[in-house]
Design a protein around this ligand. Sequence first.
Ligand SMILES: Cc1cc2nc3c(=O)[nH]c(=O)nc-3n(C[C@H](O)[C@H](O)[C@H](O)COP(=O)(O)O)c2cc1C
Ligand SMILES: [Fe+2]
Ligand SMILES: [Fe+2]
Length: 420
Amino acid sequence: MKDAVDVSSHRNAVEFADGVYWIGALDPTLRTFDIILSTANGTTYNAYMVKGSEGIAIVDTVKENFSDEFFARLESVADYEDIKVIVLNHLEPDHSGALPELMRRAPQAKLYISRKATPMLKALLKPAKAALEYTTVTTGDSVSLGDRTLRFLHTPFLHWPDTQCTYLEEEEVLFSGDVFGCHFCDKRLFNDRVGDFRFSFEYYYAHIMRPFKSHVLDALKLIEPLTFQQIAPTHGPILREKPRSYVTRYRELSTPSLSREMDSIVQTLIIFYMSSYGNTARMADEISEGAGEVEGVRVSLYDLEGGVIDPFVDLIEDADALLFGSPTINGDAVKPVWDLLSSLAVINIKGKLGGAFGSYGWSGEAVSMIEDRMEGLKMHIPKEGIRIKLIPSDEELEKCRTFGRWIADELVGNHEAIMN
Ligand SMILES: Cc1cc2nc3c(=O)[nH]c(=O)nc-3n(C[C@H](O)[C@H](O)[C@H](O)COP(=O)(O)O)c2cc1C
Ligand SMILES: [Fe+2]
Ligand SMILES: [Fe+2]
């Protein structure tokens, strides 16, 4: 049976593989991380140490105000003069906070970071800039500690441009940075000991990794072929029981869903609208009809009045095109439209096709405001939206139908086909 631990009762390092130690810090009272994440029982800043026959490596550090705990654990098993290597897998301040002080205490140690981390290192550690020396590494590079070898994996954008993973070959431990991590603080440290942290693992993925799914899939190509005994992320439990199940879960979460795998559906278009007197609703119906005439497009139509944000965000992630319809009310689009458009930070919508439409009484700002927002989100707006004054006439409804058909044709590449 594996030993029980309680790291809240001491400031010692915890050895979890031969010569491999946890030297991190607990932050049990934190309730919000980085403004955006709720943390019901806090988080941990995990840092690690590897002892080799020819020196010691430190992998990641902790948030600056947890430095004392980190250095105390480090000193419980090592002397600073024996530190040969410092690896930073990710330069966000929750992991680089103690780095300047560590470099001051172990000036002989060499720092290894990814190439994309260079500008961040300079920007984050401005006061220490002059003294900074580092080596950039990528997939295939490794560093030896004698009888221990650290191999680097280039896994950018998980969740910053600089991120990488580091693999300890002999003990088959993957130091994965924020990947496979979660904000969950439990003094028992290991996944087979701590409380049920599944919600936290899923929540962390949904808010931190989800916008970068394609990068997750790229990283998994490097990670999946490895054999590992343990995964050691920078937050939350160390994954020593069934570590591969977490890798499998990341693949599931990052793989496009069923709708994409249906052969008959080439492209998906979602039309969201809101309407007080039914004018914008009639426009939405006609646009939907027009789009539906085009082969290979699945059109979905939703009234935001009866909608809930989260399922809509899931749908939008899978959609190829989005149209938003709103009347102009007091010089603005209606709030549910903005609520949905401001909830898309957790997914990647760059390059999706977009458009807007709406009925108005006199000034009609809503359509262009929605278009501006979509452009701000880096969506592609190929055609100016439709504004109709008050009740749409038959002729205007026909315009809506044509607009819908045009959007759908654009989506499946029919316009390009005609031009060629
Ligand atoms: C409280 C209120 C405020 C409005 N403010 C504006 C406005 O600022 N500019 C404008 O062009 N129309 C404004 N309108 C007119 C509506 O945009 C117009 O009635 C429109 O046809 C409603 O479309 P719907 O039936 O799709 O809701 C306003 C209407 C209401 C009820
Ligand atoms: Fe991070
Ligand atoms: Fe982090």
